[in-house]
Design a binder for this molecule. Structure first.
Ligand SMILES: *Cc1c(COP(=O)(O)O)cnc(C)c1O
Length: 654
């Protein structure tokens, strides 16, 4: 065995923070402590919780990874930060209107998330946005603040519109945003029928196109919104119906995760022009809704790369306010109140997915036994290279090794080299590559071919989770999420890895990772230690992933723990609530299998086998019990022995 990497001793938790980017993408919310544990700072101040402590606590309450940890204080902190950013911008720009934001529920509809946002947003009159009937049903029941807005987007049938009108009757600031011209006719008809005066908004189809992965929400071919000519028609219809008073808002949404502030400025300016024109045409208006798009800096590079954003929340607020003001001032029109529908930026950071590495798929060459018996000259030459007897430089060694390996493969094909010798050459080549990689300088120029060694040497770590359930956008859009171990950060991570999930789908994997304005194909993790658990976190996963996740292979939802800061608790936190992940019975029920029926069907087969003397009665009973127990259990892997929950020694790793 080779000894530990000579650099390992100099590795500190600071190096881990740097390598995994905790301080970059995590802002002030993540740090590694001196014992190598990752801590979350819910409020971005010095108060911190070890993530492993949360897992221990959750385990003592009966839920184990894969686990979604919701840091509720972080959610509050984001709501406060967004509202304060707009308040500050309004003050600094001497803007003569208010900010009344709404949370777009589709980004995370979980009750505890919506409740927390409304609670934190109460003093800012923060409202909700709905894009479907079920979302509107939530919003109508939960949003009681009469000063807050309830923005109704999405495709609408009569019932959707009736619900929105019901909101108006109850004194809520419900605004129906027209996405398609046809909706306007229905609204006019239903307003007459019910005698309720609706408040209406128009969604604009801007010329300014978004940018990045979600750019298709805008531009001429967008699925939503009214083009200039359709706005003219809408305006006429409203006037003809004597509903001029109803038009209160213009809205646009240029797609999620806009990396470049220039795009936002352009869109805001264009929308403000529409706003001024509609005021000029005699509508009361009052609100400009700048939609979503406020980004999250997933790689921490603060650039206009698609995983990043080249502006802060504060700069965003300032640019929205300043640009609206500029357009309105020029047109001599009173500035509107501003609303935004920022979803991703509010909820992405609060959620951490933790899962366990349950196995590794090493390169077969790396694990094979050295060759016994007489070694052909090709093998001896390869050994010479591994020992570097000729003092070649790294690139030369790599090239020579590759050539010898190819030679071995073709000699094997022609029948001039035996199986053992070929396997030995493969094994030595792997050793050679590992040696070259270990001796590469930590910094400085590394030739492309050698930079590719990580990929060549990478092991797959098999992780107890499903990409399709928990990181859907990674599979669907190639979106990158920060991923890192949550302990052992005081140890140098020496194994280049990619992650494989436990679905039977070769797409169920993570093979691209954040890098500064770039993507890297492997992530360095720690060697697994027999009998010890190794936990990995995926971060900034609170937006969209929860609901979009699917049932591939019937794994279903993971368990959850909702964490709050608490001064009185020894750990400084408490888990207010846990939600159990899916059980097999629950998931099977969703696709029309009743657990009861399945058990009955199996029992019939066991009974028959017992009658036929193929199975002893006692064994038959045990089988049925086992089937019944497993059908009521969770879907994810239960690894190793279930240790009884420990109450003490929470701060110790492993
Ligand atoms: C999805 C959506 C949002 C949320 O966008 P984020 O980029 O997550 O803030 C806002 N408005 C509308 C109309 C949407 O469809």
């Amino acid at each position: 065995m080779s000894t530990a990497n000579p650099n390992a001793k100099t590795w500190t938790p600071r190096d881990a923070e740097d390598y995994y980017g905790f301080r970059r993408w995590g802002a002030n919310h993540f740090s590694a402590d001196k014992d190598g544990f990752l801590r979350v700072h819910p409020l971005g101040d010095e108060r911190a919780i070890r993530i492993l402590d949360i897992i221990r606590e959750a385990e003592s309450m009966g839920v184990r990874p894969p686990l979604t940890i919701r840091v509720q204080d972080m959610l509050r902190a984001r709501v406060t930060r967004l509202n304060e950013a707009f308040r500050k911008a309004i003050r600094e720009e001497a803007y003569d209107g208010d900010y009344r934001g709404v949370f777009p529920t589709k980004v995370n509809q979980l009750r505890e998330v919506v409740e927390e946002i409304l609670d934190a947003g109460e003093k800012y009159d923060f409202g909700l946005e709905a894009g479907s009937k079920p979302e509107l049903l939530i919003a109508l029941a939960f949003l009681e603040n009469k000063n807050a807005l309830l923005v109704c987007n999405g495709y609408k049938d009569d019932d959707y519109i009736r619900l929105a009108l019901m909101g108006r009757r109850l004194g809520k600031r419900t605004i129906i945003v027209i996405e398609q011209l046809s909706e306007l006719d229905s609204i006019i008809r239903l307003a007459r029928e019910t005698g309720v005066e609706p408040h209406i908004g128009l969604r604009l189809k801007l010329t300014t196109a978004g940018e990045g992965k979600w750019a298709d929400s805008t531009g001429e071919n967008a699925k939503f919104g009214l083009a200039a000519s359709e706005i003219v028609v809408a305006v006429r219809k409203l006037k003809r119906a004597r509903m001029t008073d109803c038009l209160r808002l213009v809205h646009f949404h240029i797609g999620s995760q806009v990396p470049n502030i220039a795009t936002i400025k352009k869109a805001v300016t264009e929308a403000a022009r529409y706003y001024c024109e509609l005021v000029r045409l005699g509508f009361p208006m009052g609100i400009l809704d700048v939609g979503g798009g406020l980004g999250v800096d997933y790689d921490g590079s603060r650039s206009n790369y698609e995983s990043s954003m080249n502006y802060s929340m504060e700069a965003y607020a300032r640019d929205v306010i300043a640009n609206v003001k500029a357009v309105c001032t020029q047109a001599s029109i009173a500035v509107p109140d501003i609303t935004s529908e920022s979803g991703r930026a509010l909820v992405a950071p609060h959620s951490i997915l933790v899962f366990e590495v349950v196995d590794r798929i090493a390169r077969a060459d790396a694990e094979s036994e050295p060759m016994r018996g007489k070694r052909p000259s090709l093998v001896k030459e390869m050994e010479r290279l591994v020992e570097n007897k000729d003092k070649l430089d790294a690139l030369e060694r790599f090239h020579d090794g590759k050539q010898k390996k190819e030679e071995a493969h073709s000699l094997f094909g022609l029948g001039y080299l035996g199986l053992e010798a070929r396997a030995e050459v493969d094994r030595l080549f792997w050793l050679l590559c590992r040696d070259i990689r270990e001796k590469l300088p930590a910094s400085g120029e590394i030739p492309d071919e050698l930079a590719g060694l990580d990929k060549l040497l990478a092991e797959q770590y098999v992780c107890n989770f499903s990409v399709f359930q928990s990181l859907l956008d990674h599979w669907a859009l190639g979106q990158l999420f920060p991923i890192a171990p949550i302990h052992r950060l005081d140890e140098k991570p020496t194994v280049p890895t990619t992650l494989a999930d436990i679905t039977c789908d070769s797409d169920g994997k993570v093979t691209s990772f954040i890098d500064l304005e770039d993507v890297k194909s492997t992530l360095n993790l720690h060697p697994l230690q027999p009998g010890k658990r190794y936990y990995i976190g995926a971060f900034l996963v609170g937006a969209y992933q929860d609901i979009m996740g699917d049932l591939h292979n019937l794994f279903g939802r993971v368990s959850e723990a909702h964490v709050f800061l608490e001064d009185d608790e020894a750990n400084g936190f408490y888990i207010e609530e846990t939600i159990q992940g899916s059980t097999a019975a629950g998931i099977l029920g969703m696709i029309q299998y009743s657990a009861e029926d399945l058990c009955r069907m199996l029992k019939r087969q066991i009974d028959r086998a017992t009658r036929n003397d193929e199975v002893r009665p006692r064994e038959g009973v045990a089988m049925l019990e086992q089937y019944e127990r497993i059908i009521q259990s969770k879907t994810y892997l239960v690894s190793g022995k279930q240790r009884p929950p420990k109450k003490t020694a929470r701060t110790r790793s492993n």
